[in-house]
Design a protein around this ligand. Structure first.
Ligand code: AP5
Length: 212
């Protein structure tokens, strides 16, 4: 089993859902730059304001900001057992930054799905304010409306509004999707159909990784 993975794919394809499951099963660190940035914007600092302004528009946060935060996370001890980078790199420059920093990548898993599926999944996503569990009102609804199992309130991410989602999809097409060819050329890419249930996708993910 690979222990240094990158998860690549458009917003809402299920990278976070699959990364959490694979990380739990194989004791890997799940490193989501989106989650790290969402933690960052909770603080009342100039950096938080800067990051928020990019995320609220659905555009990529500047490379040097994300790299610093990522490398800080990579210094934590749990990373030694292996990791899944979920949402990093997100453009060619970030791929080179990763190489330069000496962060090893054994396989890049590219998840894909049609746009209708992505938009429905994103519009249905709800997250718990307390434990960060992710639900979906269409596919994985909470037992009690608006409440997590832990009792926390569920909220919709501010960048999941329709206009911001359009901007994120465009940003993905223009800046992130070239990474598919980049990693294919390096012989690191494995492709996984992200359609169907989370269980279907997880099964395909394990098969794809084993077949590399
Ligand atoms: P980030 O948080 O990384 O968002 P994203 O890549 O747009 O991905 P999502 O979190 O929307 O989707 P996902 O693929 O993880 O899907 P999920 O599993 O949640 O980034 C947010 C922002 O941060 C960016 O726009 C940017 O501004 C900034 N940023 C982050 N990284 C950066 C970087 N490296 N450089 C610069 N800026 C950066 O699933 C979605 C929903 O669908 C959930 O409700 C889930 O329950 C449901 N679901 C999942 N799988 C299935 C399934 N198979 N069937 C049915 N429902 C499903």
């Amino acid at each position: 089993m690979f222990r240094r993975l990158v998860f690549l794919g458009p917003p809402g394809v299920g990278k976070g859902t699959q990364a959490r499951r694979l990380a739990a099963e194989f004791s890997l660190a799940h490193i989501s730059t989106g989650d790290i940035l969402r933690e960052t914007i909770k603080q009342n600092t100039p950096l938080a304001q800067k990051v928020r302004s990019y995320m609220e528009r659905g555009t990529l946060v500047p490379d040097e900001v994300v790299l610093d935060l990522l490398l800080e996370r990579m210094r934590q001890p749990d990373v030694r057992r292996g990791y899944i980078l979920d949402g990093y790199p997100r453009n060619i420059k970030q791929a080179y930054d990763l190489e330069k920093a000496g962060v090893a990548v054994e396989v890049v898993v590219y998840f894909y799905a049609d746009e209708e599926t992505l938009i429905k999944r994103i519009s249905g996503r709800r997250t718990c304010r307390l434990c960060w569990r992710v639900y979906n009102i269409y596919y994985d609804p909470p037992k009690v409306d608006g409440r997590c199992e832990c009792g926390g309130e569920l909220f919709q991410r501010s960048d999941d509004r329709e206009d911001v989602v359009r901007a994120r999809l465009t940003e993905y097409e223009q800046k992130t999707s070239p990474l598919v060819q980049h990693y294919k050329g390096k012989g690191l890419l494995c492709e996984v159909d992200g359609g169907g249930t989370p269980e279907d996708v997880y099964r395909r993910l394990l098969q794809a990784i084993e077949a590399v």
